[in-house]
Design a protein around this ligand. Structure first.
Ligand code: NA7
Length: 542
């Protein structure tokens, strides 16, 4: 780099999470030279950063793992039904070593700019250290939930204690024992961290703006028989999972919640509640489509909250009423609602009284100052577009991606965006991604991208770009798919409304893994319908 020359590769991959690692593996398999640029000092992506106590996946560990290598999936042993963050990170490292990935990953390297060079259809990628990489293909494997969001609370800078964000938790141990701790945020992260904070802190104040639905995860040590049942026909089960909308092998209720008797419905909800995990929201076929059907499940969970929480005034504050169950991502917890029965936990309702400001020693809500020593922010992410918008991505005719996406992200299949040739996005906006087992979504996208690059190399083309018209049609499909569901009735990060100024556009594709995958495969089989494919110089429309 000394002379400022860009180092040349066939493929530059941004991010060494599950997407970037697999992309590197497949790029190598094609005989291409590839490099991964990663801001962290290790692999694992979101599982590298989210080290807060209680961090755990809400997809069962037998499923939340790569399926591309039979040897890998047989060899790896998960110790619990739902894997904890340290175990998932250990798995990511195991994969990196097994497939010898580390030698082509540059750690502590944050990509700050990626610019398309029109003269030779290459991407020039620059890092925070001033290094530059040049490649024909650039793959953004930057993740959907990787840009942590800190709320704009007046006076937060003046707070003298420590502030921790769940999405960017310190790597050295955090000891909160004997402290008065404040926690803001009651989404999936908050619901996981709050019981752990309560167990450590002298006193915990939970500042809650919107209550959430949560189902007990009922996590437990891995059952040897269960593990064996998966491993004895893993490939078949993975294939079955891919026939399900979320890419998760689960028991999907086929009936409408309104077509069964109240007793049958209750029995089914009780059964699923006892099983634990997020499966309650697929107990019936129409829970995310029909508001009346949804209300039956919502009522059931509200009743459970009231039965778990002793103080009924507290229970009421914890009871979600503003959104259909499942329309915001459903949470899975371990003793979350029980935590509010502890003497050292106080729930502060922000709905009636928002946070006014932070002071040097606490949080001011209305006229009440809650004195705290440390503050934990579980305030979420700039989802799906946040990591991309942190990079200065510049396409054809010097068009910044941020400019193009000013009114919301537009992609074709979530994989590419018009005006940005040769730039692929893994699990981009407009793909099912965050509504699925994201590892399934990642594998499908990465394999599609690898096949696409292989095809382009085979036919001696070195330029691919989404057609504006195909993109427009796809975005319309994404919009229509969401419109028929209850998802659009919640103020969620799926819609981007948790980020001030972000356009309210429902970003993921709701159509599910099988339909999406069929569409993507169909497009590829039809000579990349909707894409402009061209040779080195001068466009040759296919
Ligand atoms: P989420 O689900 O976006 O939750 C963020 C929480 O933080 C939510 O309860 C917010 O309340 C709350 N929040 C954010 N800003 C504020 C302010 N200013 N004041 C009070 N409360 C605030 O993020 P998570 O990290 O929990 O989960 C994200 C995904 O990661 C999750 O779905 C899994 O897929 C993994 P609000 O609801 O906006 O009123």
């Amino acid at each position: 780099h000394a002379d400022g020359e860009a180092v040349a590769y066939d493929v530059v991959i941004v991010g060494a999470g599950f997407a970037g690692m697999y992309m590197l593996h497949l790029a190598r398999g094609l005989g291409l030279s590839a490099i991964v640029l990663e801001a962290a000092y290790g692999v694992g992506g979101t599982w590298f950063w989210n080290r807060y106590p209680g961090a755990r996946c809400d997809v069962e560990s037998m499923q939340y793992s790569y399926s591309f290598s039979e040897e890998l999936q047989q060899e790896w042993h998960w110790s619990e039904r739902y894997a904890s963050q340290p175990e998932i990170l250990a798995y990511a490292n195991f994969v990196a070593n097994k497939f010898d990935l580390l030698r082509d990953i540059r750690f502590n390297t944050r990509v700050v700019r990626a610019a398309f060079q029109e003269e030779d259809s290459h991407w020039l990628v620059s890092t925070d250290a001033g290094n530059r990489y040049q490649a024909k293909w650039c793959v953004m494997a930057t993740g959907c939930l990787s840009a942590a969001q800190t709320p704009n609370i007046p006076g937060l800078d003046s707070f003298k204690g420590q502030i921790y964000h769940t999405g960017n938790w310190p790597h050295e141990p955090v000891d909160l024992s004997g402290q008065k701790v404040g926690a803001i945020g009651t989404g999936s992260s908050g619901i996981q961290v709050i019981p752990e904070l309560a167990a450590q802190a002298k006193h915990l104040y939970v500042f809650q703006r919107t209550p959430n639905f949560s189902i007990p995860a009922r996590n437990k040590p891995m059952d040897a028989e269960y593990e064996h049942s998966w491993k004895s026909n893993y490939a078949e089960r993975r294939a079955q999972a891919r026939t399900m909308p979320a890419g998760i092998l689960s028991e999907l209720g086929a009936k409408s919640a309104l077509d069964v008797s109240a007793e049958e419905r209750l029995k089914e909800y009780e059964r699923r509640w006892a099983l634990g995990g997020t499966g309650l929201t697929v107990a019936f076929s129409d829970l995310l489509k029909n508001a009346d059907a949804n209300e039956t499940a919502a009522l059931f969970v509200r009743g459970k909250i009231r039965s778990v929480v002793n103080d009924q005034k507290v229970a009421e504050i914890l009871t979600p009423v503003d959104h259909p169950i499942g329309a915001k991502r459903i949470c899975a917890d371990t003793k979350y609602f029980e935590t509010f029965n502890r003497d050292n936990v106080t729930l502060v309702d922000l709905r009636s009284n928002p946070i006014r400001e932070a002071s040097s020693n606490g949080i001011l809500v209305g006229s009440e100052l809650y004195e705290i020593d440390s503050l934990v922010l579980a305030t979420g992410f700039d989802a799906m577009t946040g990591a991309l918008s942190k990079i200065d991505i510049v396409g054809r005719q010097a068009l910044p991606l941020k400019e193009k996406w000013r009114d919301g992200p537009n992609t074709y299949l979530g994989l590419m965006t018009a005006g940005f040739p040769n730039l692929f996005i893994v699990t981009g906006p407009g793909s099912p991604s965050v509504l699925t087992n994201v590892i399934v979504a990642i594998e499908d996208n990465v394999e599609w991208i690898a096949d696409c690059i292989e095809h382009l190399v085979d036919i001696d083309a070195d330029y691919i770009e989404a057609e504006a018209a195909a993109e427009k049609t796809w975005m319309e499909q994404v919009r229509q798919a969401a419109e028929g569901t209850l998802y659009v009735h919640a103020k969620s990060w799926y819609l981007g409304v948790n980020i001030p100024g972000k356009p309210a556009v429902f970003m993921p594709y709701v159509g599910g893994v099988p339909i999406y995958q069929k569409i993507c495969e169909g497009v590829a089989a039809d000579e990349y319908r909707g894409f402009i494919v061209a040779g080195s110089f001068g466009l040759r429309k296919k």
